[in-house]
Design a protein around this ligand. Structure first.
Ligand SMILES: [Fe+2]
Length: 307
C-alpha cells in the first residue's frame, strides 16, 4: 500500500530523533475524567500547542469552571510560550473540552479532524439539534485530513486519520512524538472502546496497526490512563515499540479478527461514560455551550431511552 502520509510521518520522526530540539511536553492529568492534556512546545521558538483540554464540570449542579485550564494558562505564561494551536484528537465522550476558554486567554487555532462533520450529523440526530446548529465543522478554525502538515515553531507536525473509536479521530505526529488520542492506551491497559455511534472495532485495529508502523522509538502520548490492575500510578507516555510488543489487546501477532471479536465482546459489557451526554453536546460545538435560551441560560438535553 502506498501510504504517503505514514511515510512522511516516519521520515519526520526519524529526522526529529536525529537532531536536538525535540518537543518539550508537559502533561496535566485530570483525575475526575482520567484525561491527560498535553502542552507541547518547541524549545527554540517557544511556540506551543495544547492537546485535548478539559472543562471542569459538576454534573449534579450543572456548573462549569476553569481550574484545569487555568493551571495550563499559568504554565504557558511562566514558560513564556506562544500558543499557536489547540488540537482536539476527537469529539470526546467522557469530558468537556475547554478549548474556547483557552483560545480566548491564549489565542491559537482550534483544530479537529475533517470527519467531525460525520460525528456532528450523527449526534445532531440523536439530540434533535435545531437547524441553527451547523453540521459543517465551522465551529472549529481548521479541519485537518490525513497527511495534512503544520508547524509548531521549528517542529514539523503531521495529522494522521485514525478512525475506529470515532470516525473523526486524528493522531498528531509532532517532532518525534505522536499524540494518539483514544486509539491506544498504555500497553498494560490496551485499547479504547469502539462501540459509540460511528465507531468500529476492525477499523480501530487497522488504525492502530498503522500507528505501529512508526519507528519503535517514537514517543507515544495518550489521552487517558485508568491504571491497569496492579499498577498504582497514572502513566500517559510510552513508545511505539512498547505498544507493538506488549499491548495486551493489540500486540504484534494479534489478528484483525481476534481483536474485533475481543473488542466487540468487551464493549458489550461497558456502561456509557458518566459524562457522555453533556460531553458530546458541548464537544460537537467545539467546546461551546449550546446557544442560551430567551432567559440567557444554556441548557443540555437528556435523551431518554435512546443510547
Ligand atoms: Fe474518546
Amino acid at each position: 500500500m502506498n501510504d504517503s502520509a505514514l511515510q512522511a510521518a516516519k521520515a519526520q520522526i526519524e529526522a526529529a530523533c536525529a537532531v536536538a530540539g525535540k518537543p518539550v511536553i508537559r502533561t496535566f492529568f485530570d483525575e475526575p475524567t482520567f484525561t491527560a492534556t498535553h502542552v507541547v512546545h518547541d524549545p527554540v521558538t517557544r511556540r506551543a500547542a495544547i492537546i485535548d483540554s478539559v472543562l471542569d464540570f459538576d454534573q449534579a449542579a450543572g456548573r462549569t469552571s476553569h481550574a484545569s485550564a487555568d493551571a495550563i494558562i499559568a504554565y504557558v505564561h511562566e514558560q513564556k510560550l506562544t500558543v499557536d494551536w489547540l488540537l482536539e484528537t476527537h469529539a470526546h465522550a467522557d469530558h468537556l473540552s475547554d478549548a474556547p476558554y483557552l483560545q480566548q486567554q491564549l489565542g491559537g487555532m482550534l483544530v479537529i479532524g475533517r470527519e467531525i462533520v460525520t460525528v456532528q450529523n450523527v449526534f445532531a440526530g440523536i439530540f434533535n439539534e435545531p437547524t441553527s446548529f451547523a453540521r459543517d465543522g465551522s465551529q472549529f478554525d481548521r479541519l485537518m485530513s490525513d497527511g495534512e502538515t503544520f508547524a509548531i515553531g521549528n517542529l514539523g507536525a503531521i495529522a494522521l486519520h485514525v478512525p475506529g473509536h470515532t470516525p473523526a479521530c486524528l493522531a498528531y505526529v509532532i517532532g518525534d512524538a505522536v499524540f494518539v488520542g483514544d486509539t491506544l492506551f498504555m500497553p498494560d491497559y490496551g485499547s479504547a472502546r469502539a462501540d459509540f455511534p460511528g465507531g468500529d472495532a476492525r477499523t480501530l485495529f487497522r488504525s492502530i496497526r498503522r500507528l505501529m508502523q512508526l519507528p519503535d522509538e517514537t514517543r507515544v502520548f495518550l489521552c487517558h490512563d485508568y491504571k491497569a490492575p496492579g499498577r498504582e500510578t497514572y502513566v500517559w507516555e510510552t513508545t511505539i515499540g512498547a505498544e507493538r510488543t506488549g499491548n495486551v489487546h493489540v500486540h504484534d501477532g494479534v489478528s484483525e479478527d481476534d481483536f474485533g471479536t475481543m473488542r466487540e465482546a468487551r464493549d458489550k459489557t461497558l456502561g456509557m461514560p458518566r459524562l457522555i451526554l453533556p460531553s458530546i453536546q458541548v464537544n460537537i460545538r467545539a467546546g461551546h455551550l449550546p446557544e442560551p435560551e430567551a432567559n440567557g441560560v444554556s441548557y443540555l438535553k437528556l435523551p431518554l431511552n435512546l443510547l
